[in-house]
Design a protein around this ligand. Structure first.
Ligand code: ZN
Length: 76
């Protein structure tokens, strides 16, 4: 499987469910209930309805999200 995908929300959610680290850096997942933004392979398990996707970290941070202390998406 080439990994230029992750274009649809369904593909992105699958990456989160499978903790697919190939998706790290391609998109970020922001959890509105916690106010935290993660890399796709984060061990955290958010609910689908609480997750939105960002193509770059700065966009999520501009929306008021903070970086996750577990997966440290700012280090990508
Ligand atoms: Zn995280």
């Amino acid at each position: 499987m080439p990994n230029q995908s992750y274009k649809s929300d369904a593909q992105r959610w699958t990456a989160i469910e499978t903790r697919d680290d190939r998706a790290d850096g391609i998109f970020f997942s922001a959890v509105k209930t916690t106010g935290i933004v993660c890399r796709p392979s984060c061990p955290g398990r958010p609910l689908r309805r609480n997750v939105s996707f960002y193509e770059d970290l700065d966009s999520a941070l501009c929306q008021g999200f903070r970086v996750c202390k577990r997966c440290k998406p700012e280090l990508l």
